[in-house]
Design a protein around this ligand. Structure first.
Ligand code: PGA
Length: 252
């Protein structure tokens, strides 16, 4: 698949590490690798509470992301963080609709609202989609299509270039079970087919699809070698600088 962007490698630290000191050390280690691999665009989705401080040390090579955002600009939403607050903390990307958040009740409608808020702030939404399991009847394809259609429902096709889809099969997240190269090729084609069916070939071709789910230092090269994905969303291995470095290098 033709790529007009740099490969994108996103670290999703989730609710880690435990302290700001550790977060800074981890970010600096990732920064050192990113400097050696200018071919890749490296993004770190850190816990929201650390972002303001990490902004001071991140520099220009690595970008910061938030792991979530609220769909409203302000108001009585206890415990939530608005897009404006995140932007003031230096983020350029926001993960939206991660399966761990969907599991806590985040609906497709809420995800769609969040994508709009992120785009309005001229940030890049990294929209997570993926099936819980692969049934032999192929119902998981219908699930993926409906996640895409509801996420993109209100997005004008001229903004598709600003959106990243992270295909993350839930059965592969944190389980050590990775999708095979063939699974990844097939799903990337399928996602583009769905986008083409609903929005036309031109708009569909502009959406970047990355893969997430137990990506590690060993499997990154072969997954990227399928030439079907524009990068990775990495959870567990992004907390191990040496492993994450190998994943970044795999996209060279
Ligand atoms: P994992 O997580 O790499 O630990 O499987 C990926 C994710 O949840 O984004």
């Amino acid at each position: 698949m033709k790529q007009s962007y740099k490969p994108l490698v996103v670290a999703n630290w989730k609710m880690n590490p435990g302290t700001l000191v550790e977060a800074k050390a981890l970010l600096l280690a990732i920064k050192a690798t990113a400097k050696k691999t200018p071919e890749a665009e490296v993004v770190v989705a850190a816990p929201a509470i650390f972002l303001t401080e990490l902004q001071k040390v991140v520099g220009s090579i690595v970008h910061l992301a938030a792991q979530n955002v609220h769909g409203q600009p302000n108001g009585a939403f206890t415990g939530e963080t608005s897009m404006a607050m995140l932007q003031a903390s230096g983020v350029s990307h926001v993960i939206v609709g991660h399966s761990e958040r969907r599991a806590m009740g985040e609906t497709d409608e809420v995800v769609a609202k969040k994508i709009q808020v992120v785009l309005k702030a001229k940030n890049t939404p990294i929209v997570c989609i993926g099936e819980r399991e692969r049934d032999s009847q192929g119902n998981f394809y219908i699930h993926i299509e409906s996640q895409i259609v509801s996420a993109f429902a209100t997005i004008p096709p001229n903004r598709f270039k600003d959106i990243v889809i992270a295909y993350e099969p839930i059965w592969a997240i944190g389980t050590g079970k990775t999708a095979t190269g063939d699974d990844v090729i097939e799903m990337s084609l399928y996602i583009h087919k769905v986008l083409t069916k609903h929005y036309g070939r031109n708009a569909a071709g502009k959406v970047r699809v990355i893969y997430g789910g137990s990506v590690n230092a060993e499997n990154a090269t072969s997954l990227y070698g399928t030439k079907s994905i524009a990068g990775f969303l990495v959870g567990g291995a992004s907390l191990k600088p040496a492993d994450f470095a190998k994943i970044i290098e795999a996209t060279k």
